[in-house]
Write a protein that binds this ligand. Structure first.
Ligand SMILES: [Fe+2]
Ligand SMILES: [Fe+2]
Length: 401
């Protein structure tokens, strides 16, 4: 029988997995607004949540193994990998490093973990690593399929992939058990493009014009109203992008907050997807719907704490009555698909508001604000009325469903 790792070595390896999963979450979140490709955005959104949840499960196993500081004592080279991932310059460099280097290495490690640990005694770890194989496989498979469709547009990505792969390799791979060599990467030579001040779209996609945004009357023009409403759902992509930048800008916050924000982010991707599904069923193409990039761009003039308070204590609570009214209306006219879509959206929003109440005070405290949650909510409400390009948000602020 081959030699197995000790429980202490096992802890060190699981710390590395959790840290690399968080690295993937963080870089994809920061880059969500920065990639113009719609498919990449949608996939990043799912994988940000999956990476966060993978890290959460690994951290839970680490606590069972009596490790409560999973990010203490990590090797400097691994910390360099974590930092370096953010320094990609474009979609191809993000995918080549996050998926084709780090996620591939994690997949290999998860598959091998049962052979490395004392599986007979360490069954709970085996259960965790085995449970991560299918999702990591799917993530890597997506990247392998998608990458060739964009790579040509981003020449030169190979050298950045080789740099990051070399760095991880120099630290003994994902497990850290391979041979180690001294390696350093000089990041000063590369610009850091995060956080993105403006969210990116394909250059030929239409941009939303606030002056053209007229809400059809629900009762008088149910079809027009429905199409209008699901176009706005499709544009919840910007809420997701906002959360990506917020998550990237608040690494000092507790892990539980990061885990919650990652889920919040994926929920907004799902809301965009219910818009995408519905407008396609109604005969439109995604690339025909004008993109509301303005709300992300104007929110990025605010600090992360203000953005989070604005989204979760103003915009989301204000939006609830309209969702209830829409559900009733669609049930009344027997539009079961639209009613089902909004019922899940409404259910998700309850959690977003709850998280907002939980984390806004912690953000205020962590980043040294002297405002109360009530005060920042009032300030953000006034800011929204002045600054939002979306009339629907102004009406909601006035309590009009
Ligand atoms: Fe939403
Ligand atoms: Fe939400």
């Amino acid at each position: 029988m081959s030699e197995r790792i000790t429980i202490e070595q096992n802890v060190e390896i699981l710390k590395r997995y959790a840290y690399l999963e968080r690295a993937c979450m963080r870089t994809l979140a920061g880059w969500l607004p920065g990639v113009p490709e719609w498919e990449a955005k949608n996939q990043f959104g799912l994988h940000i949540w999956e990476s966060a949840d993978a890290a959460d499960h690994l951290r839970a196993r680490l606590r069972e193994l009596r490790n409560h500081q999973p990010e203490r004592g990590l090797s400097p080279a691994l910390q360099q990998v974590f930092t370096a991932l953010d320094y990609a310059q474009n979609t191809a460099e993000v995918i080549a490093t996050v998926y084709l280097v780090v996620k591939r290495a994690l997949l290999h490690a998860y598959r091998n973990h049962p052979e490395v640990t004392w599986s007979d005694f360490d069954n709970p770890t085996v259960k965790v690593t085995e449970s991560l194989i299918a999702q990591t496989e799917a993530q890597v498979a997506w990247a392998e399929r998608y990458f060739p469709t964009i790579a040509e547009g981003y020449p030169g990505w190979e050298s950045w992939r080789d740099t990051v792969a070399g760095l991880l390799e120099s630290d003994g791979g994902a497990m850290g058990t391979g041979p180690k060599v001294e390696a350093r990467v000089d990041l000063d030579a590369r610009p850091l493009l995060l956080p993105w001040k403006e969210c990116q779209r394909m250059p030929d996609w239409p941009i939303f014009d606030p002056e053209q945004d007229v809400e059809p009357d629900r009762k008088a023009d149910p079809e027009g109203h429905r199409l209008w409403r699901f176009k706005h759902y499709l544009n919840e992509m910007t809420a997701s992008e906002t959360l990506g930048s917020i998550l990237w800008m608040t690494p000092e916050m507790p892990w539980e907050y990061q885990h919650n924000v990652a889920r919040h982010l994926w929920d907004e991707i799902r809301h965009s997807q219910l818009g995408q599904t519905r407008i396609q069923q109604l005969g439109l193409k995604i690339e025909e719907v004008p993109q509301v990039v303005q709300i992300y761009n104007v929110m990025m003039t605010l600090p992360a704490v203000d953005q989070y308070a604005l989204l979760t204590t103003v915009i989301e609570p204000n939006g609830m009555p309209e969702k209830r009214a829409n559900r009733e209306h669609w049930e009344d006219i027997h539009d079961d698909i639209s009613a089902a879509a909004v019922s899940y959206d409404w259910s998700d929003e309850n959690f977003h508001i709850r998280w907002g109440q939980k984390w806004t005070p912690v953000l205020l405290e962590t980043y040294g604000y002297d405002e109360t949650p009530e005060q920042i909510k009032e300030r953000m409400e006034a800011w929204l009325l002045e600054n939002t390009p979306v009339k629907m948000q102004q009406r909601h602020a006035h309590g009009i469903a």
